[in-house]
Design a protein around this ligand. Structure first.
Ligand code: ADP
Length: 517
């Protein structure tokens, strides 16, 4: 039955007088076919467009508003179906189906409108190709900038690594390590050298407590105290402590610590550890040695003092008996006897002078220093008056006393020093026709330097230090009398004042002795 209907349908199509809906198409086959063809081609296209849309949606990994796309596809399919059924309706009246399809299309199109309304704000956000181009360009520029910064960062990182390496080797060479502590975590940072000082392998994590426990027990209380003061009062420290390394070796270290702040609050400490073991031990050794030396010096001084003191009585006896011999027995001795007696007497006198000088020198070490302001011009005048009694004084002596700044010192000791220097100036110029001695002063780096200048025989500068030693003389007693203790006394006085003495001299021209207190 169905078969007949189909054969009949195609027969009719072939019949050139057949024209379905001839009325509607004004019996014009062109009108009919243009409508039919238009519907069919549109239907075909409407079926194909969703296919492409679905293909497009399925291929795009990320697509906005996927639902709307699918709705469009359904909408276009339903439009295509309506066009297709319209073409069929020209020959076969599926008007119910056609109506149903149109209603479906209406529903779908309405749903599409609603969906479009809902998606509009989002759709508006989707950038246009030109917007995308601008964004793309910006992104490109940003990427280029980022790449440049990345390279710069890489270069900086390399530089930093080099600097860290240099710092590490500097710290190693200088035996200095840096460290820091974070109070929040209790964790510490140690540089490689800090690990080395502790005898540890660099890198292992450390904590504040562990660090403190490395210090010898007798120092730990102080370490805890300074850490507490840094934490609570923001105080820094710089101290020398003994550290016991992992192998049990005791090492002297100097540690410094400075609080670190965040928002005005102390959050940690950072500082340095310096291995000062060698210097410290050398200094300690020097300090024992110095004490030992001072002790033996004191012993030696008191020994020479008591020996000299004890020698005075027998010497007085020799002197006294020699004088009696000279006075009462001179006529009973022959010439040679008298000559020998004179030598004994002179030697006893000389020995007495020596002993007196040694005693004066020894007393200096025991005498307490009482520093007071001293009017130097006045003191020099007193000394010159006393020196004027010396056998070396003669009418041709010219003494210039310049304006002298006052000094702070022990007046009697300074008088003794000035006496020795001025008397020497006179003694060692006594062979000159005209003697000229100047006592003056200079200011050197804010300090007063006093000087005593003469035009005497001068000193070979090779002996500039030697002459300040006890019994050190450059001349025999025959040329110039003396014991060789005068300058040793002067040096001791100046040094006891914390000062310094030195000289400038030229043989045959004269000498200048300088001192500052
Ligand atoms: P003394 O004068 O008793 O020999 P000093 O200790 O005073 O001992 O001096 C040590 C030596 O320094 C002297 O023997 C002398 O050779 C030399 N000397 C000291 N003062 C002068 C001077 N003003 N000019 C030249 N030589 C001097």
């Amino acid at each position: 039955m169905y078969m007949y209907w189909v054969i009949d349908f195609f027969k009719n199509l072939a019949n050139d007088r057949f024209m379905p809906h001839g009325m509607c198409y004004q019996w014009q086959p062109v009108t009919l076919w243009s409508n039919v063809l238009g519907d069919l081609v549109t239907a075909f296209s409407y079926f194909m467009i969703p296919a492409f849309l679905i293909y497009f949606v399925s291929k795009r990994k990320k697509i906005e508003m996927k639902g709307l796309f699918m709705m469009f596809a359904i909408f276009i399919i339903s439009c295509g179906a309506v066009h297709a059924i319209s073409a069929v309706n020209v020959w076969i009246p599926f008007y119910n189906l056609s109506g149903f399809m149109k209603l479906t299309m209406a529903g779908v199109s309405l749903a599409t409108v609603v969906l479009m309304y809902i998606n509009m704000p989002e759709a508006l956000k989707i950038p246009s190709p030109s917007d995308l181009q601008v964004i793309n360009d910006q992104l490109k520029a940003e990427i280029e900038e980022k790449t440049r910064l990345q390279t710069e960062l890489e270069q900086q990182r390399e530089k930093l690594q080099k600097t860290i390496k240099l710092l590490n080797s500097t710290q190693e060479a200088a035996k200095i390590g840096s460290w820091s502590v974070d109070f929040a975590t209790g964790e510490s940072y140690w540089s490689n050298q800090v690990y080395r000082i502790h005898g540890l392998e660099p890198g292992s994590p450390t904590y504040l407590r562990e660090g403190i426990n490395f210090y010898r027990e007798d120092f730990r209380e102080r370490v805890n105290e300074v850490v507490k003061q840094a934490q609570e009062e923001g105080k820094s420290w710089d101290e020398e402590w003994v550290l016991v390394d992992i192998n049990g070796n005791e090492i002297w270290v100097r540690t410094t610590g400075y609080p670190t702040y965040e928002d005005g609050k102390v959050v940690g400490i950072e500082g340095l550890i310096i291995d000062i073991d060698q210097q410290k031990r050398a200094a300690i050794a020097l300090e024992e040695q110095t004490v030992e030396l001072q002790k033996s010096n004191a012993e030696l001084e008191s020994f020479s003092y008591s020996v000299s003191h004890d020698m005075r009585a027998p010497l007085r006896a020799i002197n006294g008996y020699a004088e009696i011999l000279k006075e009462e027995y001179a006529d009973k001795l022959d010439d040679e006897g008298n000559r020998l007696l004179n030598i004994v007497h002179a030697s006893a006198i000389k020995l007495g002078e020596l002993i007196d000088d040694i005693l004066a020198f020894s007393r200096l070490g025991r005498k307490e220093l009482t520093k007071r302001p001293v009017e130097m011009v006045e003191l020099v005048h007193q000394v010159v008056d006393e020196v004027a009694q010396s056998p070396y004084w003669n009418a041709d002596v010219k003494i210039n006393i310049e304006d002298l700044p006052n000094a702070m010192g022990d007046q009697s000791m300074l008088k003794q020093a000035l006496f020795n220097l001025i008397e020497n100036a006179l003694k060692y110029s006594s062979k000159e026709e005209k003697i000229e001695i100047t006592i003056g002063s200079n200011a050197e780096e804010g300090e007063s330097v006093y000087f005593i200048k003469d035009n005497g025989i001068g000193i070979n500068m090779e002996y500039k230090d030697k002459i300040f030693g006890v019994f050190q003389r450059l001349h025999s007693s025959k040329t110039f009398e003396g014991t060789g203790v005068g300058l040793a006394i002067v040096r001791k006085i100046i040094e006891r004042h914390g000062g310094k003495i030195w000289l400038e001299s030229e043989e045959g021209i004269g000498s200048t002795f300088y001192f500052k207190l």
